[in-house]
Unconditional design. Structure first.
Length: 234
């Protein structure tokens, strides 16, 4: 019998390790560098100083994000591998106990006891298959799909640098006032938020507007703080 379109569906990759650092990096780059630039501009700094500050913020933030993401994901991966080793040893040293544990889980989910015992016995015959089933059930892990620290670091670095470049770009092109940088950054935040909605359940306008408001608030507050500090120090 042919399988109709309604009977099949696919899911997007939620464990690849690149989406979260890429999204967070782009948003963080936009908001943090926009806030940094507006804060310095609020203190009546020269355009050259603002450009230097923005480029320094881009470089420092991108390297910091990449290092942080690499360390975080590497630690997460190492913990997952250690727990998989624990499960692998249990399957090797106590296969009968692990089989009974698996059968008990099937029974708890409503499978008839004889059938639960039979299915658990069949699945436990293949050590790799048994490890995958126990890892998914007990740890929520797929042993074949673990996050990559390098992918996370590269995604975070590139997206942060791209986001952080937008507020600096108008100054690099000759602008002497802060408003073009603010306008471009806010447009970028709205577009990033709208793009994120493609992989979430939120409407595009909601995600875009949320990022627009958050970024605008951060820029306004740091500009005010910069103005106050500039006046006090002047």
């Amino acid at each position: 019998m042919a399988v109709t379109e309604a009977e099949t569906h696919t899911h997007r990759d939620v464990n690849g390790g690149w989406l979260r650092p890429a999204v967070f990096g782009a948003m963080d780059g936009l908001v943090s560098n926009l806030a940094l630039i507006t804060g310095v501009a609020g203190g009546a700094a020269a355009p050259q100083t603002i450009v230097l500050t923005g480029l320094a913020g881009l470089a420092a933030g991108a390297f910091s994000m990449a290092a942080g993401e690499y360390t975080s994901v590497a630690s997460q991966r190492e913990l997952a591998l250690a727990e998989l080793d624990v499960e692998r040893r249990e399957l090797r040293d106590n296969p009968e106990g692990e089989r009974r544990e698996l059968a008990a889980r099937f029974r708890a989910r409503g499978v008839a006891p004889p059938l639960a015992d039979e299915v658990a016995a069949q699945l436990s015959r293949n050590p790799d298959q048994a490890l995958e089933i126990h890892a998914r059930d007990e740890l929520g892990l797929d042993p074949h799909v673990l996050p990559s620290p390098l992918v996370a670091a590269v995604s975070s670095f590139g997206s942060f640098a791209l986001g952080a470049l937008l507020p600096v770009l108008p100054y690099l092109l000759g602008a002497t006032a802060v408003w073009p940088a603010v306008a471009l950054a806010l447009v970028g935040l709205f577009l990033c938020g709208a793009a994120v909605s493609k992989v979430t359940a939120r409407p595009w306008w909601y995600s875009g507007l949320r990022q627009f408001i958050l970024g605008g608030a951060a820029a306004a507050l740091t500009y005010l703080l910069g103005s106050l500090l500039g006046a006090a120090l002047g």
